[in-house]
Design a protein around this ligand. Structure first.
Ligand code: CUA
Length: 342
């Protein structure tokens, strides 16, 4: 776990932000200075401690420097002789070696203790576990005990500090190294191929929290965004119940479904109850319950879906989904079908 000292997640300022600027402006900024979960709180405490020590060092050094500059500045009437030259002083050299070593030791031990207390949290047997799989460039979220699979928007229940119900995340990568970071909830956790890392969060304020990949993972690393939606337990249970339903079947979009099932879509995407069972791309069974598409690149509207399906590179150059090159009618019908997946 890396202790994050950086202030905020930058919001991409794009010429055409596909509605994301509006949506993100309604979400409080992802500042590490406003933690709503125990690991993020613990990290902020260490951060202030480090600021206090390094701030004190800065004031002492800058103060002495200012004093020396003023006290010993050139004055008219100076005799221009060199001051007495001092070579070597055991007490001074001992002091300026020992004191910095002790300061570094204190900073190291304090940081190590925080890392240890955060990581030592034992997973209660009834804790919610979510399997996070990072892909170039999106996030897959699997809830093995609940039978839910979704993408880019992680739903977790609110945790009451008096009776905490933490959510544990087991993180793995399907391709290259990524890093999972939601500044208001916890520190960064590396997501590495062939290695399972884990972390936990216990958010005690409901709301939506923005996060992003924090490890350079290719051209679209900067647009590998995620949202964590923290809901009271009843709302979370309702969300789970809806996610485990089979997708809506709507006869008016049968042709769109046929287009979907007869193209390469099915090799990469799953829609439960259809021939589509690919796992390379996001599960689309309840696509329209998500606010965004393309890992936070655009608001999830039929218009944006149409642009995305026609050619994802328009929104996210380098995205690994190919342009589908469908005719107008097929494209419209396919999007109409996708728009029914609630
Ligand atoms: Cu994934 Cu950077």
């Amino acid at each position: 776990m890396t202790i994050a000292l950086i202030g905020c997640v930058p919001v991409a300022a794009l010429a055409n932000d596909w509605g994301m600027g509006d949506s993100n402006s309604k979400i409080p900024p992802s500042s590490v200075f406003e933690p709503v979960s125990t690991p993020a709180h613990d990290i902020l405490t260490v951060t202030f401690f480090v600021f206090a020590i390094t701030g004190a060092i800065f004031l002492i050094v800058a103060g002495l420097l200012t004093y020396a500059i003023l006290r010993f500045r050139a004055r008219s009437g100076d005799d221009n002789r060199e001051p007495p030259q001092v070579y070597g002083s055991n007490p001074i050299e001992f002091a300026w070696t020992t004191i910095p070593v002790l300061i570094v030791l204190v900073l190291f031990l304090t940081t190590a203790r925080t890392i240890y207390t955060v990581q030592a949290r034992v997973r209660p047997p009834d804790a919610l576990s979510v399997h996070v799989i990072a892909h170039q460039w999106w996030w897959e979220f699997r809830y093995p005990a609940l039978g839910v699979v979704t993408a880019n928007e992680l739903h977790v229940p609110l945790s009451d500090p008096k009776a905490p119900t933490p959510t544990f995340l087991d993180l793995e990568s399907a391709d290259v190294a990524h890093s999972f970071w939601v500044p208001r909830l916890a520190g960064k956790t590396d997501v590495i191929p062939n290695k399972k890392n884990s972390m936990w969060i216990d958010p005690h304020v409901a709301g939506t929290y923005l996060g992003q990949c924090a490890e350079f993972c290719g051209t679209q690393h900067g647009l590998m965004l995620l949202r964590v939606i923290v809901e009271p337990r009843a709302d979370f249970d309702k969300w789970v119940a809806a996610q485990t339903q089979p997708p809506t079947v709507d006869a008016s979009v049968a042709h769109g479904r046929q287009v979907f099932e007869s193209t390469a879509c099915v090799n990469c995407h799953t829609i439960r109850g259809t021939a589509a069972n690919g796992v390379f791309g996001p599960d689309l069974t309840h696509l329209m319950t998500r606010e965004t598409i393309g890992a936070g690149v655009a608001m999830n509207t039929p218009d944006h879906l149409k642009v995305w399906v026609n050619d994802p590179n328009v929104m996210k150059p380098g995205a690994l989904m190919p342009a589908m090159n469908l005719g107008d009618k097929d494209l419209n019908d396919l999007v109409a079908y996708l728009a029914t997946l609630r």
